[in-house]
Design a protein around this ligand. Structure first.
Ligand code: ACO
Length: 315
């Protein structure tokens, strides 16, 4: 497939590190040094489906495709207000889209899992144009008195429209199940028969383990995927890496021995917006005109599961 259009939307409320220091035992210095994050956009009076719908319409407008042209809509999301229907259905109703649609919950690498699914449908001859929306509000998952998690996240939505082409050169998805590294639990409706104990647990993270997994999975997958299509690091124009932590991005850059100019980032302003992260970064770079035709983009993302994924695209 080929990316024909991109779009993104951020919530209007900006929360700085200074704002967090007013109610948490933290500081701008600690957060900036350990994560590279200076501020994040946080959902306040918006609904995540509205952000997703707006991002979708922006991507559609850029693509030149109409709603009727879209054969499949994949929505990547971890949590939203609806248990059912899927967020894909909620967004479809808002924008008037009538094609087949479903949600995936692949945490932070959701955009790359969606890309992999879209390409697989395309190669099977079942679709021509696909809409992907990644809409996530991880700030709703944290305990806001837990300074080790809530400072990391921000919310937002990113979208792409894919059409006919041969620009997706390779994709790879990977799972290394380890639930206790990054998880959250919600109590669902009890029934008269439930006798087990169930409790709400806000987002829990073993930060150092996630850090190590992220660096090792990302570097291994990037090297393997380039190798699988006979490409070398010198062929790569840009690495679009999940914006989880600047130190993770730096470690990947150092391991690959690649220059900083190949790693566009927005983490300082956005924090970690889960699966929306790569899609938002892609849209921001695209709208700034960073990518030239023929550029090779390598994507890499990692997160809860533990899951990771990579993709190589010719722009
Ligand atoms: N402000 C001040 N101090 C803090 C804060 C904070 N916000 N958070 C933790 N600390 C303290 C800890 O309590 C600890 O204090 P102690 O030594 O007195 O016990 C100290 O800082 C060091 O804590 P560590 O957790 O060891 O700090 P570390 O250097 O590992 O950094 C961090 C923590 C930033 C979470 C890091 O482990 C990390 O980035 N991990 C990756 C996590 C990540 O990016 N997850 C998201 C990826 S997956 C996804 O996107 C969902």
């Amino acid at each position: 497939m080929k990316i024909l259009g991109t779009g993104s939307v951020l919530p209007k409320k900006i929360v700085t590190n200074e704002d967090l220091s007013k109610f948490l035992d933290t500081s701008d210095e600690w957060i900036t040094t350990r994560t590279g994050i200076r501020q994040r956009h946080v959902i306040s009076d918006e609904y995540i489906e509205d952000l997703g719908a707006e991002a979708a319409l922006k991507a559609l407008e850029m693509s030149g495709k109409s709603l009727e042209d879209i054969d499949l809509f994949i929505c990547s999301n971890v949590v939203n207000e609806y248990i059912t229907p899927s967020l894909a259905c909620v967004i479809s109703e808002k924008i008037g889209l009538k094609c087949s649609c479903f949600d995936i919950n692949c945490a932070c690498p959701g955009f790359l899992f969606a890309l992999d699914i879209a390409e697989t449908y395309y190669r099977a001859g079942r679709v021509k144009n696909v809409l992907i929306v990644c809409a996530d509000e991880p700030t709703r998952m944290c305990d806001w008195s837990d300074r080790s998690t809530c400072v990391l996240f921000g919310d937002g939505a990113g979208a792409v429209v894919l059409g006919e082409g041969d620009n997706i050169l390779a994709t790879k998805t990977h799972s290394q199940p380890a639930v206790d590294k990054l998880w959250e639990k919600r109590v669902i409706e009890p029934t008269p028969y439930i006798t087990k104990t169930e409790t709400n647990v806000p987002l829990q993270m073993k930060g150092r383990d996630v850090f190590k997994f992220a660096v090792s999975a990302s570097t291994t997958e990037v090297v393997d995927l380039l190798d699988s299509i006979g490409m070398k690091k010198d062929d790569v124009s840009y690495y679009v890496v999940h914006q989880a932590n600047m130190r993770i991005i730096d470690a990947i850059k150092n391991f690959l021995n690649e220059p900083e100019c190949k790693f566009p980032t927005n983490i300082a302003d956005h924090g970690n917006s889960s699966s929306a992260s790569c899609a938002i970064l892609l849209d921001e770079c695209n709208r700034k005109g960073l990518f030239k035709e023929g550029d090779i983009l390598v994507f890499s993302a990692f997160g809860a599961g533990l899951l990771s994924a990579a993709a190589i695209l010719r722009w």
